[in-house]
Design a protein around this ligand. Sequence first.
Ligand SMILES: [Zn+2]
Length: 405
Amino acid sequence: MFGQHLASSQRFDDEVDEGTANPRKQGVTEEDTMLRAGIPLGSFHGISIRLHYSWFIVFALVTFALAANYFPIAYPHWSVTARVAVGLATSVLFFGSVLAHELAHSLVAQAAGIRVHSITLFILGGLAQIAQEPGRPNIEFRVALAGPATSLALGVLFGTISIAAAGISEPLVAASAWLGLINIVLAVFNLIPGFPLDGGRVLRAIIWWRTGNLRSATRIASAIGRGVGYLFIFGGIWMVFQGNWGGLWMAFIGWFIQNAAAGSYHQVVLQDMLQGHPVSEVMMRDCPAVPPELTLEELVDDYILGSGRRCFPVVEGNRALGLMTVHNVKQVPRDLWPTRTLGEAMTPLDRLKWVGPGEDLSSVLQLMSTEDINQLPVVDEGNIVGMVARENLLAFIHTRAELGK
Ligand SMILES: [Zn+2]
């Protein structure tokens, strides 16, 4: 049970292992789906807050553990109704605490000018989806520390309440004592110095600040993270052999940490490879312009079939009006193709995300990941001069990796 924040461009990395020609991988990756699924609770400071379906499992488990195990032992004279009611209230406040931890990361990131998409509560706690890796070690340091500092403060607050409420309200003492303890556990757990746990991010920020090298700082911090992950896995399995089924949970958390640590390093390497290279190095220039009065049928017959091209800037005179893709075509029922024109079916330029030819490839990768798009038009002085797709970035990375550059 813990709080986590991951930069969202991490979703990209499993695609690289699989190569470029795997169509299944071109769309949304599993983790993306995970973060988008679930029930929206509302938004705070522009950050959408969601409950993933797996959260209900852990909410039920925590409430059950409190109402059926913890409270009956500490307060045997409580009625069943009292146990369940206090159990539910405590559980809600616990998840409120996890949310506060994630919000702290998110608000500090926002204050540093980093966009935060969403916070999702799921089976292992909370996940803040932050749009990019912090660009400087001191920002990373502050963003990472904000979460555990909040948990620690909540731990002290609940602990104080439990002492102050002694002799006044037994349920309040019971709930706040447990919440105080669990928040301190949350703070300490997250401070374990293995990336991508918060403590690992703090460690990475310090090494990064000392050496100026983000890649090697990430390598060290994520190696420790993987070690911590394996410790949890083996510790958990050992506990199961001792007859403690809680070990399964621990092994599960270990597996998650180990995976995330490996993925994070991979992602930093990718960013590093792309950094300093402009869009114009990889973009496809071979995008034929088409007039807006062309019908979909003509486009399909004369331009798409046979050429294999998938995107076409719609241009009138010298002015780009929008972009037509195979995706746009598929959204129109087939019997309308002979009459529907591109001007009607295209995505207009003002609704289109685009990049300039001089933009850095590492920020293009981030844009594609956060907006979940596979291709972007390259626009120069109002004209669509080309397209850049995920495949282009992958091909670029593969070539460089192959040549060892
Ligand atoms: Zn955290």
